[in-house]
Structures are given as structure tokens and as C-alpha cells.
Design a protein around this ligand. Structure first.
Ligand code: NAP
Length: 293
């Protein structure tokens, strides 16, 4: 049992809902492992209370915060400062306490990159199929361009959203490599090569575990790798379809792990050792009842 005393630093998560979050497992495991006097707790924030929540957290000397759905964009106007890349992405998931207020960062993007590196996935020179054009997909598109991919084909149900996202990323990063498409037009993708697909829609998320945003085997035969941002379930229908067509498939739990690790590093100005990150990952899998090596 950890000692809570007058010196204990408090970090937490603000969002709605927060009941099923895995973030306390990440941060409390790291704090215990390091012998750091820090606790991490989820804070439910009701609609319309985000400003009060940020001001209250600052007044209560809350050391650092994560921000989740639905406040990743809404929180920005209540910050003292914002990291340049988080500002470009237009979403913040980590707040670091400063003398003037909180500074906002986006660790989702770097979390995905570190997750991919740890799985041996390279982005440089790749042709990417990005499924979805929501908040997570936007961060993924930035990350892909910044990591030197050749092309990002954004396939979305609502074409206008894909167009808007592609034109914003292209404009901000001064490129033209992000191409919007209707999701049903995957047959028009350039042939003669294999793609890395990143699944960033919410289709297939628990409890709708039998759904995949594309079912056609011909699509999956175009992929060498499929990376699903969803981690609940740990084996999505998308992943099963990728594997059935001969590709390698990954779920999003490591992305969740590393976005948390990077937040913890920002709060405490340290680097977390890879072996400690993997200890945390085992705890997360155990908490979710995932059995895999
Ligand atoms: P979002 O902003 O709500 O975007 C949802 C996306 O899914 C949109 O592109 C939407 O298309 C598409 N979509 C939803 N229902 C669809 C359907 N029936 N058919 C086709 N497309 C559909 O959500 P988000 O925040 O980007 O999150 C997306 C996913 O990423 C979620 O499953 C979330 O759990 C996961 N995620 C994981 C991590 C991690 O750490 N592993 C972090 C962030 C997010 P339209 O534009 O046409 O509506």
C-alpha cells in the first residue's frame, strides 16, 4: 500500500466518461516502480465545466493532467501556453503545470510513433492508407508526413471531412502528399505495391466487435501491415481480416501505453526506460485480460 502524505503530487485525467480508463495503471505503476510520491486519479468533468475544471485543478496544485474525449480541442482556450505541434494538430491530451497556468501537448502522435518503432514498423518512404478523418486520424496524418512517408491516402465515409483534413495537413506542413478519398473507392488506389494501413475510425470498437470499416478481402490483399488504433477488443475484426490476407496486424494498446509514458516524462522531466515501459504494458494487458506474448 502506497503512502499518501502532505508531499504527494497529484496528477489525473479529465474527460467524460472516465470510468474505463487504463491511464491510472500506467502512471501509478511508473510512480511505484520509481518510488516517486505521485498519484494519478480520473476526474469526471461534466459538459460545460471544462473551464472550471482547469482553473480548479490549477488552484488545487494539480501537477499534471491528461485530457480525453470530448475535451481535447475544447480545453485549448483555457491554457496558458500550447506546444507548437499540438496547436497545429488542434488537439491536446497532456497538460503540464507552469508558473502561468497549464501548457498543452499532444502525446498521442508521438505515442503512436513510439508504438510503431517498438513493433519494428518503419514509416519512412511508406505508402499509407489512413482509414478515418476524425481527431485521431488528423494526428496520425501529421505524424506520417513528419516521419517522411511517401503518400497518405485518407479514406473516409464523409469525403468532405477527408478533404478538409488533407488540405489542412498539406497546408500546415507545406506538402501535397495527403490525398483524400471516399472509403468505398479503395479499388482506385495505385496498384503494384503493398500499403501500411492505419485504422483510425471507431468502427469495430467494443461492443461492436464484429464490425470492420471495409470487409472486402481484395482491400486487405493490398496491405503488408495493418495497425488498428482500437485496443478494446485487443483483436479487432480489422486485424483478423489483415491477418487472413497474409499481413501483420497490431492493436492500439501500445499507442495508449506510450502516449502515457511521454506524458509522465513531460511531468517529471525524465526518460522512462524501455524495460519499465514494458512492465507497465504487461500490467495494462493483465488489467484488460489480454493474453499474448
Ligand atoms: P472521431 O473523431 O469521432 O472520428 C471517428 C471516425 O470514424 C471518423 O472518420 C468517422 O467517419 C469514422 N466512422 C465512425 N463510424 C463510422 C461508420 N459506421 N462507417 C465508417 N466510418 C465511420 O474519433 P477519434 O477520436 O478520431 O477516434 C477514432 C478511434 O481511434 C477510436 O476507436 C478511438 O478509440 C481510437 N483511438 C485510440 C487511441 C490509442 O491510444 N490507442 C487514441 C485515440 C483514439 P465520418 O467522418 O464519416 O463520421
Amino acid at each position: 500500500m502506497r503512502q499518501i502524505d502532505g508531499y504527494t503530487k497529484t496528477c489525473g485525467l479529465i474527460g467524460n466518461p472516465v470510468e474505463h480508463t487504463m491511464s491510472p495503471v500506467i502512471h501509478n505503476t511508473l510512480a511505484e516502480k520509481e518510488g516517486r510520491n505521485l498519484v494519478y486519479v480520473p476526474f469526471y468533468v461534466g459538459r460545460g465545466h471544462i473551464k472550471a475544471a482547469i482553473e480548479g485543478a490549477y488552484a488545487l496544485n494539480i501537477y499534471g493532467l491528461n485530457v480525453t474525449v470530448p475535451y481535447k480541442s475544447e480545453v485549448i482556450e483555457h491554457l496558458a501556453e500550447i506546444d507548437e505541434m499540438a496547436e497545429k494538430i488542434g488537439a491536446v491530451n497532456t497538460l503540464v503545470r507552469t508558473q502561468k497556468g497549464y501548457k498543452g501537448y499532444n502525446t498521442d502522435m508521438m505515442g503512436l510513433y513510439r508504438a510503431m518503432c517498438s513493433e519494428g514498423i518503419r514509416l519512412e518512404g511508406e505508402d499509407i492508407i489512413l482509414l478515418g478523418a476524425g481527431g485521431a486520424a488528423r494526428a496520425v496524418a501529421f505524424m506520417c508526413v513528419l516521419r517522411g512517408v511517401k503518400k497518405v491516402y485518407v479514406l473516409n465515409r464523409t469525403l468532405d471531412k477527408a478533404k478538409q483534413m488533407a488540405s489542412e495537413v498539406n497546408r500546415i506542413l507545406e506538402t501535397d502528399c495527403v490525398k483524400p478519398m471516399r472509403i468505398e473507392d479503395y479499388g482506385k488506389l495505385p496498384g503494384g505495391k503493398k500499403y501500411l494501413a492505419i485504422q483510425a475510425t471507431s468502427v469495430g470498437l467494443y461492443p461492436n466487435i464484429e464490425d470492420a470499416v471495409i470487409e472486402d478481402r481484395a482491400f486487405y490483399e493490398m496491405l503488408h501491415t495493418g495497425f488498428d488504433l482500437i485496443y478494446k477488443p485487443a483483436k479487432t475484426k480489422f486485424m483478423s481480416l489483415v491477418k487472413a490476407a497474409g499481413g501483420q496486424a497490431f492493436h492500439g494498446l501500445k499507442m495508449l501505453l506510450y502516449q502515457g509514458i511521454i506524458a509522465y516524462e513531460l511531468w517529471n522531466a525524465i526518460s522512462v526506460k524501455e524495460e519499465d515501459a514494458l512492465i507497465v504494458y504487461e500490467k495494462m494487458k493483465a488489467a484488460m485480460g489480454i493474453e499474448e506474448s
